[in-house]
Structures are given as structure tokens and as C-alpha cells.
Design a protein around this ligand. Structure first.
Ligand code: URA
Length: 262
């Protein structure tokens, strides 16, 4: 047992945070299911223990999210949700949100990293500390409710897949419906692509106001994307672009923006 524990500790310290099968699986190859001949009368059942499909998981996520009437209840619903494949890929716990549940600003990042996985809160690592400094400088930290597109860390801190984001989206949308913020800030390309439903790069989408409207209950909020603080740690010369976006955001939160047609 001691030898096994020492080996696991060695792997953990070396950065190993996920287990893979001995034989490599080429997941870039998509094998299309063979089309059934004749009238389809039999619905294939999922093998016992097999993970739910994205659609099945999203339905379950929507059911759980709809039952939450507060953001605290929503955090509990996320923690109870078993349909996100990331849960089985080495995450320690769900990481839902931090900040002001009555705030006027919702911030959506990509997904929790290793530090967030340990502490159970989003944006608490180096990038999160930079985000907090930016929000503090703009006087917005106390207004912010901070969450992500997915609520479990990804193996090796990779970008979450659109499928993983789709499975978690009902919780994110419910957070928008419960918080009803005056504005939403998307940080980074992965959050921008998922919420704005676009393939455009972040340099094209950043700094522009759009509307995030939920199809079900008609709730909507103005939304803007900006660069991720992790990117700013690598490319500090881009901080000016983010600061421009933040000033624009701050003006909108203070009501200094005239809505078109108003
Ligand atoms: N990066 C993110 O996008 N979200 C976090 O919570 C932490 C880092």
C-alpha cells in the first residue's frame, strides 16, 4: 500500500491527472452508425453502465436546473448531476460559482483548472487573481458573479469540448435566469464560442455587445466577450484591449449606455 501511495504521489507531482487505456484510441475517427433498413421499430437500449448521450445528459441537466429556485440550490443541483463526462476524468469536485448572487454582472469563463478543482471555486488560480485585480481596478469586483461553461476540470487543462459545454449549458442558462444580471462578460474564446454560438475567433468577437436570450423563458442580457486573463499572463501587451472592454462594460452597468431605439 505504501509503495502504491508513493507511486501515485509521484505521478500527481509530475502532473498526471487522468488515466487512459493501455491501447490508444483514435477519437478523431468517427464511425457512423449503420443506417437501419426498413421501418425503425426498435430503439437501441444503452448498455448497462454506458454513459448517457449528450442529449440525454442535457435533458437531465435541464430537469435538475429547472428545479433550482436559488443560485445556492443550483450549485447543489450541479454537484448532484452525474451526466457530465468530465466527472469521470479525474475531477475532484464540481466547481460552480463564486461572487455576489445579487450582483449586476455575470462573468463566464471556460472551465475550472487544477487549482479551482482543489479549492472548489472558479478563477482562484493565477488567471483568477489577475481577473480579480482587473475587476477591482474597475470597481466591479463586488458586483460580479463568476462561473464557467463547464463545472468540472478537464484532463490536462484542455479546452472543454462543445459536447461537454452543451451538457452543462442548462445550468449556465439557469444561472442567468436566476441572477438576471445587467450585463454578462464572457472571458476567453471557449466561453465566447459556446454562449454566442459562433466559430469566430476571440479577436473578432471581443468588445462587441450582443444579446444572450434564453429560448425558454425569454430572459435576456447584453453580453460581451473579452480576452482570457490566462492569455494576458502570456501576452501582457494585450491588457489594453481588455481594459477598453472593461471600461465599456462598466459604463453599461452604470447606465451610461443608450440602448438603440430608446
Ligand atoms: N480559467 C477559467 O476559464 N475558469 C476558471 O475557473 C479558472 C481558469
Amino acid at each position: 500500500m505504501a509503495a502504491a501511495e508513493a507511486l501515485f504521489a509521484f505521478w500527481r507531482d509530475a502532473g498526471v491527472d487522468a488515466c487512459f487505456e493501455a491501447e490508444p484510441v483514435d477519437r478523431t475517427v468517427f464511425v457512423a452508425p449503420v443506417a437501419a433498413k426498413g421501418p425503425a421499430t426498435i430503439t437501441p437500449l444503452r448498455a448497462p453502465g454506458a454513459p448517457p448521450s449528450v442529449d440525454e445528459a442535457a435533458v437531465e441537466a435541464r430537469r435538475l436546473a429547472a428545479g433550482a429556485t436559488t443560485l445556492d440550490e443550483l450549485a447543489e443541483a450541479v454537484a448532484a448531476f452525474e451526466g457530465c463526462p468530465l466527472r469521470a476524468m479525474g475531477a475532484r469536485q464540481s466547481v460552480f460559482a463564486r461572487g455576489n448572487p445579487q450582483g449586476s454582472l455575470m462573468i463566464v469563463g471556460e472551465g475550472p483548472g487544477a487549482e479551482e478543482d482543489v479549492r472548489g471555486q472558479p478563477f482562484v488560480g493565477q488567471a483568477g487573481q489577475l481577473l480579480d485585480r482587473i475587476l477591482t481596478a474597475a470597481g466591479l469586483l463586488d458586483e460580479a458573479f463568476i462561473t464557467n461553461t463547464v463545472f468540472w476540470k478537464t484532463p490536462g487543462n484542455r479546452t472543454p469540448t462543445p459536447q461537454e459545454q452543451a451538457v452543462c449549458a442548462p445550468f449556465l442558462e439557469r444561472a442567468l435566469a436566476l441572477l438576471k444580471p445587467k450585463a454578462v462578460l464572457l472571458v476567453g474564446a471557449a466561453a465566447a464560442k459556446a454562449v454566442l454560438k459562433t466559430d469566430d475567433g476571440i479577436m473578432r468577437t471581443r468588445g462587441q455587445w450582443r444579446e444572450w436570450r434564453l429560448s425558454e423563458d425569454g430572459i435576456a442580457a447584453p453580453v460581451m466577450a473579452t480576452l482570457h486573463p490566462a492569455f494576458l499572463l502570456r501576452q501582457p501587451q494585450a491588457k489594453g484591449l481588455v481594459w477598453k472592454d472593461i471600461l465599456d462594460l462598466s459604463a453599461r452597468l452604470r447606465g451610461e449606455v443608450v440602448e438603440p431605439g430608446a
